[in-house]
Design a protein around this ligand. Structure first.
Ligand code: V47
Ligand code: SF4
Length: 360
């Protein structure tokens, strides 16, 4: 029997009423996982019916050199440290071209804050990729990288975004958001831009017509209230701009990081995080289950807990795998279609901006 202590929240969701911070904390902390899942599934199916999206994409990490040193990151290296790499434009082009046979529709490009790379490197990268793969949309550079480039070049964020947009940038990935709480940022990423700055940069992108994603790195030192605060700040900005495409909860992978003593997330936590995101982010169309972080099986289950997107084929993933993720690094179109169909849903292949390419 389901417990009755969420009855008032159930009534709100059924009536299509907006949930508040207290509701969010209660949903995150209840033991009644299935009740939360049922509500999230209702909210998701109201919007999307049976359709679940996926994208045939490729990730490229152009450099792991980073001056920031976030404590949860096992991917980055200081300039000159063993294992540091920076890809040349020829190497980036070769990686992109290697995926040509897969008919990818999105390139996802992120890296560290590398003092050697100037705006011109990124402009030439985007132009070259657009020339060799003209039909492929490029989602590149987190708000953290945009801020770094603006400061490095003495330009405003708007100026940097405009230059990148002209060179072919279509959207920004959601990285760098972590948890907005200043307390959490002080503990896990003290050198990173503030939550306010992250939100400002996404607002600037939205003003220029650049759509963006949002993430939250969960499962380290944050409290339930801090998770909820993060989601509500995203919801506020989305009310003002409507520029966010998707929210992606990122499950913290602790191995090889300065926080390796932490245990990482559990299956119940992963499912609840997806469900609560769906319920609180009532103005976000898409909640993505990132199978790289939680595994293909959990990502498939999360389609019954409010997720409507399985992300993509990815091909090569370095950030979560540097931190010990034991998932594969790539998937195939066929495997994503199979996972979605076996969950009883209709797979829809999409591009970076969520235009449908093909229904299976
Ligand atoms: O911002 C770093 C996270 C992010 C770890 O927009 C870690 O479609 C887990 O933003 N364990 C970058 N996560 C990845 C990212 C992303 C991924 C997939 C899709 C999209 C999208 C965006 O990776 C960073 C940071 O939050 N990260 N270290 C770690 N140990
Ligand atoms: Fe650098 Fe990003 Fe890693 Fe932080 S998470 S150290 S900003 S690469």
């Amino acid at each position: 029997m389901a417990s009755r202590d969420l009855d008032d929240i159930v009534a709100k969701v059924e009536a299509g009423e907006r949930l508040g911070a207290d509701d969010g904390v209660r949903l995150l902390t209840t033991r009644d996982l299935l009740a939360v899942g049922r509500l999230a599934r209702l909210a998701c199916r109201r919007r999307h019916g049976d359709r679940v999206y996926f994208v045939v994409n490729r990730h490229i990490n152009h450099t792991n050199v980073c001056v920031n040193g976030c404590r949860f990151c096992a991917f980055s290296r200081k300039p000159g440290e063993p294992g540091a790499f920076t890809l040349t434009l020829d190497e980036i082009e070769a990686k992109a071209l290697a995926s040509r046979g897969l008919s990818i529709s999105e390139l996802h490009i992120v890296g560290g804050l590398n003092p050697v790379l100037d705006l011109d490197y990124y402009v030439r990268m985007l132009r070259r990729l657009r020339r060799v793969l003209p039909g492929v949309q490029i989602k590149a550079l987190t708000a953290v990288e945009i801020d770094y480039l603006a400061r490095r070049e003495g330009l405003t964020v708007e100026e940097v975004l405009r230059v990148l947009q002209d060179a072919g940038l279509v959207s920004l990935p959601g990285g760098g958001a972590e948890v907005f709480s200043p307390r959490v940022r002080r503990l896990v990423c003290p050198q990173k831009i503030s939550g306010e700055r992250w939100l400002e940069i996404h607002a600037a992108a939205h003003r220029l017509g650049i759509r963006t994603n949002a993430t939250m790195l969960y499962g380290h030192v944050e409290t339930p209230a801090e998770r909820v605060d993060h989601l509500l700040r995203l919801r506020d900005l989305q009310d003002r701009t409507g520029g966010f495409l998707a929210f992606i909860p990122l499950a913290f992978q602790p191995r090889h990081t300065a926080l390796s003593a932490l245990p990482g997330t559990t299956g119940c936590d992963d499912l609840k995080m997806i469900a609560v995101a769906r319920l609180l982010l009532d103005n976000f169309a898409h909640i993505k289950a990132y199978w790289i972080g939680i595994g293909p099986g959990m990502a498939q289950l999360s389609l019954h807990f409010g997720a409507n997107d399985m992300d993509g084929t990815v091909v090569e993933e370095k950030i979560s795998h540097a931190a010990g993720a034991d998932t594969p690094e790539y998937s195939t179109r066929e495997e994503l279609v199979r996972l979605i169909k076996e969950a009883g849903r209709v797979p829809v292949e999409r591009d970076a901006l969520y235009s449908a390419i093909r229904e299976y």
